[in-house]
Ligand binder design. Structure first.
Ligand code: ZN
Length: 434
């Protein structure tokens, strides 16, 4: 399928309403994966966030949802602290796993990508996740990605690797393009792993350390030339093909946020190689005059297990948000079940997780149903302090639980309007509509 030329625009979803709250939130600190320290990732009037998006070949599972809800909290905490937030994300709507799934199920890969991207948007809407301001797909970003790869080749930071027979369409002499990790003296500073660990993770997570003709085993793919039966796009001197994953995120982050930006986020399994590689590419492609930086801070969400193992597509032990919704589960109860775990912890989803989420939702909803209730000021301050301290959602939930308990007991001196303050705070800060 040379020069497929297929292009579509990935669509974002409706923004939830964010109620106004009295006062201001605290300065937000988050855990920097590179240094292991709590840092103020963004100072000043604006904050920028890039969260790696989905590869749309399967619906949103609870592990994905936990990641996007975690970074949604960060955006909400920044906004509450008075910062203007710009959020960018991507959809990897052409990639090996997507094509493999399409082939295996006999579905056109384009239909699969479009359908699953739409389902993801529905799940995010239901979960009250604020949509990205800049949301781009890999397919619609091919021209700037190809230009960035050409730039890296011209700078000597990328090189061609010869193809196997039958690959490369009309120009088999043009090889796949790989980045030379030794061209970036700061390579390795995001994950700070030793080389043996890097090699192991690279092989485990989509890399190809054994590919013949590479300069270094860790060099990542930038441009994959056309292969029989695979979609490909014309790209000037590179020859027909499609982009690698890491360069896609580097270019979309640059397009949406400029370089450098404040926080790059994702699940902890993206730390290496994905974030190490995309940051390295961002350093080398720069932003016009600015060279030398990608994301300033890397923040990672823990992984969610189910039935004793990490929830993953390859293992097939997935709990889908859309399936829970179809069963009639209140989406806000799902969100509360996610928020009951600190974003950085690895945890296991069980039936009890959902039962607790449903109970908490019902308790909170009845606690805010009256005109008067216990004073809300201290609770609002506690929720703000918890979120500013590395997005400690479980602590924030506990503060609201205490208020709800007092409210339902009816023993505190009632303050008019207090339930409304709690309801708006829970909505604005935790994204939970009661
Ligand atoms: Zn990414």
């Amino acid at each position: 399928m040379p020069g497929s030329g297929y292009c579509w625009t990935v669509l974002t979803w409706p923004a939830p309403q964010i109620p106004e709250l009295p006062g201001r939130g605290d300065v937000v600190r988050v855990h920097d994966s590179s240094t292991g320290r709590l840092v103020v990732a963004s100072q000043g009037p604006s904050a920028s966030l890039y969260v790696c998006g989905i590869t749309p070949y399967d619906a949103t599972h609870i592990g994905h949802a936990a990641t996007y809800v975690a970074f949604d909290l960060l955006g909400r905490a920044w906004r509450d602290a008075g910062q203007h937030v710009t959020y960018a994300s991507n959809v990897t709507d052409v990639d090996d796993p997507l094509l493999e799934r399409a082939t295996a199920t006999g579905v056109d890969w384009r239909d699969l990508a479009v359908e699953q991207t739409a389902l993801f948007a529905e799940d995010m809407t239901a979960l009250g996740v604020i949509p990205p301001d800049v949301y781009l797909g890999a397919v619609e970003t091919i021209p700037p990605v190809a230009a960035a790869v050409e730039e890296l080749v011209a700078a000597g930071a990328a090189y061609r690797v010869p193809l196997e027979d039958g690959a490369g369409g009309d120009a088999p002499e043009l090889g796949d393009v790989y980045a030379d990790v030794t061209a970036d003296s700061a390579f390795g500073q995001v994950s700070r792993l030793d080389e043996a660990t890097m090699l192991e993770l690279f092989a485990e997570r989509g890399g190809d350390p054994e590919r013949a003709g590479k300069r270094n085993a860790l060099d990542p793919l930038l441009w994959r030339r056309e292969r029989p039966g695979e979609p490909a796009w014309a790209a000037g001197s590179l020859g027909t093909g499609r982009p690698g994953w890491h360069i896609e995120c580097a270019v979309i982050a640059r397009a949406g946020l400029g370089l450098p930006f404040d926080v790059q986020g994702g699940g902890s399994d993206l730390l290496f190689p994905h974030h190490e590689m995309s940051t390295s590419h961002a350093r080398l492609i720069g932003d016009g005059e600015v060279h030398g930086a990608g994301a300033a801070t890397h923040v990672h969400a823990g992984l969610v297990a189910y039935q004793g193992e990490k929830m993953s597509k390859s293992r097939g032990n997935l709990v889908f948000v859309s399936r829970l919704r179809a069963e009639g589960v209140e989406p806000m109860a799902i969100r509360l079940a996610l928020l009951a775990h600190h974003y950085r912890s690895d945890w296991e989803w069980t039936d009890a997780s959902l039962t607790e989420g449903v109970q908490r939702f019902e308790t909170w909803r009845s606690a805010v149903s009256g005109n008067g209730g216990p004073d809300a000021d201290a609770t609002l301050a506690e929720v703000r302090a918890a979120l500013a301290d590395d997005l400690d959602a479980p602590r924030a939930l506990a503060a609201v639980d205490r208020w709800a308990e007092l409210s339902l007991a009816g023993t505190a001196e009632p303050v008019e309007g207090a339930p409304g303050v709690i309801s708006r705070a829970v909505n604005a800060l935790l994204g939970v509509r009661l």
